[in-house]
Design a protein around this ligand. Structure first.
Ligand code: XMP
Length: 184
């Protein structure tokens, strides 16, 4: 896998330090009591696991399966909810975690759904936010790192299902992306 990476954008030590700060900010900002966290699968799994273990609070974890990429490097433009049942969020303060804020369509759609399901408040945290104009008007309350508008993998983010377990965020070699797109 390492051979497929053109360059490491954010290494493990830098991510860990940033997660310490994010966890501290979340603990300070959220009202006392149990924190309800919704993790967007599969991309936010690694980020959420490392972030939540830094928060010394009772936490209820829910996961949501949404799809917006369908495999490649371009967002499909639609957000599909894949679960048969939606988590019970009525009257709860929710922290929604995703791996990356790109066009904004995913967070926008999930936030709207959480409000429609009666959540009392929705806060959002992302590991990465691409520095670009969003297709949907949304911002995240907690952002790990701002990055340029390029496709990245690792630390939960995949390309065609691979690279999620890389311990850093990196950029794939053009030849790897080219070969994948040709085979898709
Ligand atoms: P939107 O465009 O809805 O995108 O903000 C959010 C979802 O799209 C995926 N995404 C990426 N996945 N590398 C990836 O591996 C990327 O650079 C990238 N940009 C967006 C991701 O699943 C995210 O939740």
């Amino acid at each position: 896998m390492r051979n497929d990476i053109e360059r490491v954008l954010i290494d493990e030590a830098v991510i860990e330090k940033r997660l310490d700060a994010m966890a501290g900010a979340i603990e300070r900002d959220f009202p006392q009591g149990t924190l309800v966290v919704i993790i967007l699968l599969k991309g936010a799994l690694v980020f959420a696991a490392d972030l939540l273990r830094r928060i010394a609070r009772p936490i209820e974890i829910e996961c949501l399966n949404v799809a917006s990429y369908h495999g490649g490097t371009q967002s499909s433009g639609t957000v599909d909810f894949l679960d048969r049942q939606f988590p019970e969020v009525r009257g709860r303060h929710v922290l929604l975690l995703d791996d990356i804020l790109d066009t904004g369509r995913t967070l926008h759609a999930v936030i709207a759904r959480l409000h429609a399901e009666g959540a009392a408040a929705v806060h959002t945290g992302v590991l990465l936010a691409k520095d670009k104009a969003r297709a949907a008007a949304v911002s995240a309350d907690y952002v790990g790192f701002e990055i340029g508008d390029e496709f990245v993998v690792g630390y939960g983010l995949d390309y065609l299902g691979k690279y999620r377990n890389l311990p850093y965020v990196g950029v794939l070699k053009a030849a790897v992306v080219g070969a994948g797109e040709a085979g898709a």
